[in-house]
Ligand binder design. Structure first.
Ligand SMILES: [Zn+2]
Length: 135
């Protein structure tokens, strides 16, 4: 299970870009990364349509590479809002973390979809302010 600090959802999986393991061969191919009961990562294609292209590649190898990479990288993407999700963060955000996150959201220094900026960000700005006030 992963946690997103922006949309505040518990996530069964996060996303990683194939570029990380396959360079240009897998650029733009998105992998769905989940955690198995034994703590190991499982990689699958996020878009089933990508099989049309990926079928010609050694995907057995790339899935294995991606599962290894998932264990090394710190950051993946939230499938719900696009925010960076920590792969190993099972601790809550500190006040300092929250302050810098609030700053980023308020200054709009973020690469998120317009939909997320409209629907999720304003709510999170309010809840962050509240959490920071409380201390
Ligand atoms: Zn999210």
């Amino acid at each position: 299970m992963f946690n997103c600090d922006l949309c505040e959802k518990e996530l069964d999986f996060v996303l990683l870009n194939g570029y990380d393991v396959g360079d240009r061969l897998l650029e733009g191919v998105i992998f769905k990364i989940s955690k198995k009961k034994n703590g190991k990562y499982k990689a699958e294609l996020y878009n089933e349509d990508d099989w049309a292209y990926c079928n010609q590649l050694n995907m057995k190898m790339f899935f294995k590479d991606m599962e290894g990479w998932a264990g090394e990288t710190d950051i993946a993407e939230c499938p719900n809002c696009g925010w960076d999700v920590g792969m190993n963060d099972d601790y809550p955000l500190t006040i300092e973390d929250k302050k810098s996150m609030l700053k980023m959201l308020v200054n709009d220094k973020i690469n998120l979809s317009e939909k997320v900026k409209k629907e999720i960000v304003p709510k999170r700005i309010i809840s962050l302010k509240r959490e920071i006030e409380k201390g």
